[in-house]
Design a protein around this ligand. Structure first.
Ligand SMILES: NC(=O)c1ccc[n+]([C@@H]2O[C@H](COP(=O)([O-])OP(=O)(O)OC[C@H]3O[C@@H](n4cnc5c(N)ncnc54)[C@H](OP(=O)(O)O)[C@@H]3O)[C@@H](O)[C@H]2O)c1
Length: 532
């Protein structure tokens, strides 16, 4: 389907290529980003390329400094070389402009230290003072914890020990005389805790050292354009909101599937499992955006409060319900054409008797006026048939079928599909008469694709999130209450599963859609998963 973005506006369409450069104009205040884990995979593949793109778009402040922090013995100079290599390998702007890379890295520094060594943090403090003195500006500090979660507590405590946190910071005379003194913000990578108790402990520690407004808990799904678009789509189009409720919606399916296995992340995955790795953060956020009530405006606080209301309305899946409302599965070994696929239990750093789930399917309910009685079916897993993230809203069937004798039979439910990965689309499925055939009914689709309409690559989620941190916009970051509500829901399921510890979990073939029990979960309600 072709879409004219100017239709109805009275403007002449001048083509769809969007100049991303022109989309945002404000530049953040002078900033120094300190990346703990500055040599890690996330920094190389995501953070540095996102910063480069922001630089290329003119969205970084003129005074912008990077400090890497990790154990390996690098100097400022060798870290710059390290970062250049990473950018050349992973950034899409790499061929465009060597000058942009040099400009981004012109103020790049490194502190070589272990995270549990206070003297390293004192060195960091000296380095930060040196950077500000050289620039003649008191820069805002942005601490990015791009490290395994086991280091989060240590790093926050060490930052406090060096008076570098928001609440321990001792401003100089000049800094306290400034109209807006420099800020200290912290960005925490996922996973945020491993259950309700550990998430609460981490929240408490963070709140001891930083204000809630200065804590940015990353869920990179929220930085994706299509995820943000869920709210725009729902609240900028008058025709959907009246039918977005139990009267018109039969059920909702959310699928987040990956076709690869755990790869080198066996150790982490053994402790996490897919419920913690995917559901507690990304999928819960999707449920909140699809299900929340309209906010009073698009301010962070308004959106957050509606999301939190929704998450608090999730009906708990208690221990006695886990058997009927959840399915756990683990992939077996198999083949992909000529390649052998290892079973989960054969992956590196995975126990041969592991009971960690690589797949889960859930049936859940939201106990409020809008969603009462509408099931949400969720499935997520590794080594599934394809890489896909989508939300499928199934509207109710027509009240009376006039087409029982027609080829094609009774019409399918209308469906609205919001695809998030691998390609960002919104598809509406409806039924029509097949031309020329008097008695043929068929389902067709209206299909909007971001890339086909805007003919530009969508910004990476980290670009948007890093920019928002710098300007202090927390709309796209889960609040501590989101985290609390999502962990309460998930911890109850985990505890229920623990009680079933003696039982084997279901298994599934790689490149399938998961265990048979997942189909049973939905088919016993006379419904079917999409794509199966
Ligand atoms: N990788 C991704 O694509 C991705 C995606 C989403 C979320 N995440 C999250 O991002 C975080 C980082 O993941 P990652 O994949 O980047 O991890 P990683 O590749 O293992 O990097 C770990 C970093 O921490 C440093 N480090 C480790 N132990 C240290 C210590 N004792 N003292 C000082 N530095 C130490 C390492 O540097 P040295 O070896 O030089 O010390 C390295 O820079 C995790 O929370 C992960 O869940 C990652």
């Amino acid at each position: 389907m072709s879409i004219d973005k100017n239709a109805g506006s009275g403007k002449v369409s001048t083509g769809h290529k969007i100049q991303r450069k022109k989309m945002r104009l404000s530049s953040p205040n002078p900033t120094t980003i300190i990346i703990f884990g500055g040599t890690g995979d996330l920094t190389r593949r995501k953070l540095l390329p996102a910063l480069l793109e922001l630089k290329a778009l003119g969205m970084l402040p003129e005074c912008f400094n990077i400090v890497g922090f990790a154990t390996r013995p690098l100097t400022d100079e060798t870290y710059r070389e390290f970062a250049t290599t990473a950018l050349k390998e992973f950034s899409s702007t790499r061929e465009k402009d060597e000058d942009v890379i040099s400009a981004l890295l012109s103020n790049t520094h490194f502190v070589s230290s272990a995270f549990d060594d206070q003297s390293g943090f004192n060195k960091l403090s000296e380095k930060l003072t040196e950077i500000d003195d050289t620039n003649g500006i008191a820069t805002n500090k942005l601490y990015y914890l791009a490290t395994p979660p086991s280091f989060f507590h240590t790093i926050v405590s060490m930052l406090a020990g060096a008076n570098l946190t928001n609440k321990s910071f001792i401003p100089t005379k000049i800094e306290s005389s400034l109209k807006s003194p420099p800020t200290q913000k912290i960005i925490i990578e996922k996973p945020f805790g491993k259950d309700l108790e550990s998430a609460e402990t981490l929240n408490k520690l963070l709140l001891k050292e930083f204000e809630e407004d200065d804590i940015f808990r990353i869920d990179h799904y929220l930085g994706k354009e299509t995820v943000q678009n869920i709210l725009f789509f729902r609240f900028a189009n008058g025709i959907y909101e009246p039918v977005w409720n139990r009267k018109y919606i039969d059920h909702i399916q959310i699928t987040v599937s990956e076709n690869h296995g755990v790869g080198s992340r066996g150790k982490y995955f053994e402790e996490a499992g897919i419920l913690r790795d995917m559901f507690q953060n990304h999928i819960i956020q999707l449920i909140a955006l699809v299900g929340m009530e309209p906010p009073i405006n698009m301010e962070a606080e308004s959106i957050r409060s509606k999301k939190i209301d929704l998450l608090k309305s999730l009906r708990p899946i208690t221990k006695d319900m886990v058997n009927t409302q959840t399915v756990r599965g683990q992939y077996l070994k198999g083949r992909d054409e000529d390649d052998e696929i290892k079973a989960y239990k054969e992956e590196n750093n995975v126990s041969p008797t592991s009971k960690t789930e690589t797949f889960t399917a859930l049936k859940l309910f939201i106990d409020n006026w809008r969603w009462s009685g509408v099931p949400f079916y969720i499935r997520t897993g590794k080594r599934l048939k394809e890489r896909l993230t989508e939300i499928a809203v199934f509207f109710k069937e027509v009240p009376h079928c006039l087409f029982t004798d027609f080829v094609g039979g009774c019409p399918n439910n209308n469906k609205l599909i919001i695809k998030i990965q691998p390609d960002e689309r919104i598809i509406f499925c409806f039924n029509i008469k097949v031309p020329g055939a008097p008695d043929r009914l068929e389902e067709v689709q209206m299909d909007f694709s971001y890339s086909e309409t805007y003919k530009t690559e969508l910004p990476d989620a980290y670009e948007r999130l890093l920019y928002d941190c710098m300007i202090g916009d927390s709309t796209l970051f889960p609040h501590r209450e989101d985290i609390k509500a999502s962990w309460s829901f998930v911890t109850e399921i985990l505890e229920g599963w623990e009680e079933l510890e003696g039982l084997e979990i279901s298994t599934y073939d790689p490149l399938s859609w998961g265990p048979k029990e997942a189909s049973d979960l939905i088919e016993k309600d006379s419904r079917k998963w999409r794509n199966t």
